[in-house]
Design a protein. Structure first.
Length: 629
């Protein structure tokens, strides 16, 4: 599996840059650089007519696909916007650079550039209208303009342009407030629900409202394309359309299934640049592509050598790679909830490794729970109205999942334990392990450790300076998630390792083992004094499950006193999942809020704390707290 790309300028690259004027290349490549227009919608899976969806009303995107090329296997590398956009703009997997956790602002490496910089150096006018959300500290001079006024029309003369139109119409928030049924264009009764969704009135309504939003989004795409035509630029402009990830109803956005990661992806290349087309007009392309491939593809299209640090594969232009066998995906913290998964997709199967199998899929998340359909699903489950498939979401996860996506498109039948699929399971498990090691996945370090590790360098650079530690973390995580009673001595040994992340995974393995880890109680109690709050939190949760309540509560209270926001968020997650409503714990959570009075409503520890107080039916005013939403 080749992930890294190569430097070096071949003759074809020089020809593509010809532009620069190499006469021997002029017959193969036009002198003009192509304009490139991206149309990016938000939070929608391939619910389009051109993808065979008979419920969809999307004439403009259907027309774009008929005059261009539709990709059948296009993926967001993560099922949520900010880490996905970070991967797009850098050409580096966000879990390789430390930017995989939602709405984090960790610095990027100085060697990693936002790809528009290369286009601007070549003479492109680069504009973005208007969403950025790059999940890192944005460097200066990325765009000529990035605002709701940015437009390719503002360029000078015939300057080639790269422009992004972001369309937020289909965003998750579009179903937070239900419209009247009489106002819906799509009939709720005609909705075809996934097998994991219960048949509730709210669920059908949200699906219908979502299809309405997709139709409105399609109209906006039509107006953008019409404007391009009216400006006389369609024959000089390569058009990309895609969504920033899947979505948006429960078990799609934020989850590394097809419903969260598979995206619509259409490219239209005009006749002038037909040598760059991936196939004949109207032809579906089954190459595996993902967002990490976009940056190197843009450089390939414009004749710019692909930097060594980029981790994707160019899928168009002179530097186009061989078709890859796999696409890779990841999940980290989603807002205030911690979970961790890695996924691998080939043309037929999806493999998922869950590194926090002790957490249920359906952890309550404030923003997701704003959807009426989500609340109705939870109520249906608690009322005993969900069948076996619909109930899975509310239970803890297996370590491994394997799905035959051709025969099980909604991914509800886990094949990981079936002997006849063992060969597939081992192959894709191996691919996952090779990938996370090759990209030096820093997600195996607890987020609460990031600030300490970044005192001198970025997480991307830290991983490369500490390659052995990163591999040790990964191996410890693999060991922990496959833990058995026989491996307890090794897990206990991990708890005394110099590497805090390895200690974290030692505690995690013991947490996963539950009652079988009784012999490790003394070691877990010792871990309550660890310098890493992540280790303390996991050890506390493990001890609580083993009946060591007083020690566990003491450890969790200590973690709540951390100065690190994400250490506190992690501890609050554990407190919630343990169903704690101990009076002293309530007081500890209230004290945490008081100790950090400058917290604002967007901080995830405050969101998690507010959820707990509501769950405990605690009136904040009784404790002198006055925060509201």
């Amino acid at each position: 599996m080749e992930i890294k790309k190569h430097l070096g300028i071949s003759l074809v690259i020089l020809c593509m840059a010809g532009v620069i004027g190499i006469s021997s290349c002029e017959k193969k490549y036009p002198k003009e650089l192509p304009n490139i227009l991206w149309i990016v919608s938000e939070d929608n899976s391939p619910f389009l007519g051109c993808y065979g969806d008979t419920l969809a009303t999307t004439p403009n995107l259907d027309k774009l696909a008929s005059g261009g090329n539709l990709y059948t296997h296009a993926y967001a590398n993560t099922p949520v916007c900010a880490p996905a956009r970070n991967t797009i703009i850098t050409g580096v997997y966000a879990n390789s650079s430390g930017n995989q956790h939602m709405r984090s602002k960790y610095q990027k490496s100085e060697i990693v550039n936002f790809f528009p910089k290369y286009l601007r150096n070549l003479g492109y006018y680069c504009t973005n209208n208007a969403k950025e959300d790059y999940n890192t500290i944005k460097p200066d001079s990325v765009w000529d303009e990035s605002s709701n006024q940015a437009h390719y029309q503002n360029r000078k003369g015939d300057q080639p342009f790269f422009h992004i139109f972001n369309i937020g119409i289909s965003h998750e928030s579009s179903i937070h407030k239900s419209v009247l049924g009489s106002e819906l264009k799509h009939d709720p009764d005609q909705m075809v629900l996934p097998p994991y969704h219960p048949d509730t009135e709210e669920m059908r309504h949200d699906w219908a409202q979502y299809y309405d939003k997709i139709s409105t989004m399609d109209e906006r795409v039509g107006s953008i394309l019409k404007e391009l035509e009216e400006n006389g630029l369609a024959e000089n402009t390569i058009v990309f359309y895609y969504s920033d990830h899947g979505g948006v109803l429960g078990r799609s956005k934020r989850y590394v299934y097809e419903s969260g990661t598979r995206v619509p992806f259409i490219i239209r290349v005009p006749e002038k640049y037909k040598h760059l087309r991936p196939g004949k007009n109207g032809e579906a392309i089954n190459r595996m592509i993902s967002f990490v491939d976009l940056a190197p593809t843009m450089l390939s299209l414009t004749g710019i050598p692909i930097p060594d640090y980029m981790q994707g594969n160019a899928f168009l232009g002179p530097q186009k790679s061989e078709d890859p066998e796999y696409a890779f995906m990841f999940r980290g913290r989603m807002d205030e909830r911690y979970d961790m998964s890695r996924a691998v997709r080939d043309h037929k199967f999806r493999y998922i490794h869950n590194y926090m199998p002790y957490r249920i899929y359906g952890q309550a998340l404030e923003y997701l729970w704003r959807a009426p359909s989500m609340k109705s699903w939870e109520k249906a489950y608690h009322d005993g109205k969900c069948d076996t498939i619909q109930s899975i979401f509310w239970n803890t996860k297996p370590v491994e999942e394997l799905y035959d996506t051709e025969n099980d498109p909604w991914e509800v039948t886990n094949l990981a334990e079936k002997p006849e699929y063992k060969e597939v399971l081992l192959r894709m498990r191996k691919a996952n392990l090779e990938w996370i090691k090759e990209i030096k996945d820093v997600g195996f370090i607890p987020e609460s450790e990031y600030e300490k590790n970044m005192e001198e360098m970025s997480m991307f650079d830290h991983a490369r300076a500490n390659k052995n530690n990163i591999e040790e973390n990964i191996e410890a995580a693999e060991y922990a998630t496959y833990a058995t009673k026989e491996t307890i001595p090794q897990l206990v040994q991990f708890l005394s390792n110099d590497n805090s992340a390895t200690r974290y995974w030692g505690a995690t393995g013991l947490l996963i083992l539950g009652d079988e880890a009784k012999s490790a109680i003394p070691a877990l109690k010792e871990a309550l004094h660890d310098t890493s709050p992540g280790v303390v939190t996991v050890a506390s949760e493990a001890l609580y499950n083993l009946g060591e309540y007083d020690d566990a509560l003491s450890g969790l209270k200590r973690a709540l006193q951390s100065e690190n926001t994400f250490a506190r968020t992690h501890a609050l997650n554990a407190i919630d999942c343990l169903e704690l409503d101990d009076r002293s714990m309530i007081e500890a959570v209230v004290q945490m809020i008081k100790d950090h009075e400058k917290m604002n409503r967007s901080q995830y520890d405050l969101r998690a704390a507010k959820f707990l107080l509501e769950k405990w039916n605690v009136d904040p005013a009784n404790y002198g707290l006055a925060f509201s939403w």
